[in-house]
Write a protein that binds this ligand. Sequence first.
Ligand SMILES: [Zn+2]
Length: 395
Amino acid sequence: MSSLAADLEAAARIGADEGGVTRFAWSPELAAANAWLVERLAELGLETEVDAAGNVLGRWQAGEGKAILLGSHLDTVPRGGRYDGALGVLAALDVVRRLREEGVEPRRPLWVVSFNDEEGGRFQTGMLGSRAFVGDADLDDWGRRGIAEAMAAAGFDFELLPEARGIDGVGAYLELHVEQGPRLEQSGVELGIVTAVTGMLGFRARFLGEANHAGTTPMEHRRDALAGAARAVLALRDEARAREDMTANVGVIAAEPGGFNVIPGAVEFTVDVRSPTPTGFERSDRFVRETLDAIAKEEGLGLELSETHRKEPVALDSELQAALEQSAEEEGASFTRMPSGAGHDAMVLAHYVPAAMLFVPSRGGLSHCPEEFTSPEQCELGARVLALTVRDLLA
Ligand SMILES: [Zn+2]
């Protein structure tokens, strides 16, 4: 078994949970995984630190200038998989091991990181560690979520979170991750070079019609809010199907008053649209507003529309994409450029330094579950391509 495969096995035993892994932010399980990682980093001769935000860092302080930062996260969703996050951290460790074995003398520092609380499941935060690392700690918002108590129980001080800022020493960030979707496997391609992390836009919509008798009201006189919502669901789906740069989902819907024999007088539903490009994002935004408006008019309904969240798409660095592509070619690996439909620490870092991501396939497109699987060979290939790229960047 390769060192990387052995590390993946060892890490998966920490917080093992009925075939999956559970390691929440600030939990004893994550602390144990972090302690294990610190030992591995120290074995390779790195200077180790667990910073004020619970990020684990290992520093190879060679050469001059800003560091190349490699990593991902060791926290998980409830009963998550063994690869989401862990692969990126352990591949970073593997890169250091390879470079040490090859006797490479880096001309700039190389750092490994495991960001804390990427998943954000415990306090609905998400990317807390990387946000603190770039100096974007939102103490007002985080303070309201009960994080201070959890931090104190884990031996950390909420007020010190801003001290985790470490971005100023970083020159570039690279992250290997499992795809968490089916595209690579379905197309038989070995690697995905990520172009952008998708933008996410959420709405809460409410169509207002008129509740009335389902038997006596003539069909042409009805103002049926659910019929309007049904049209909206299909219009969104059809638009997203016809385009390459958009996904759309209506995941929650409720009709009022909710009577078998009552025309729905009001319907409330959510809309989740995503796009990896700024133009696609803007077009999707406009499509939702104009389409719901038009349906409301045609159906004689009122419309209340409010935005629930807006995260613009983040482009990843084109030079680093080219560097990954060259390394993939050197390894004889097949690859494709693709956006990421899920959020990652790289989208936080990308606002500050050139950032890149490399995907390996997820069997069956499954992730955030115990069935998550990427073969040892696929993990190994990703780590080798990452190592080649890093060696070039350090030269
Ligand atoms: Zn992840």
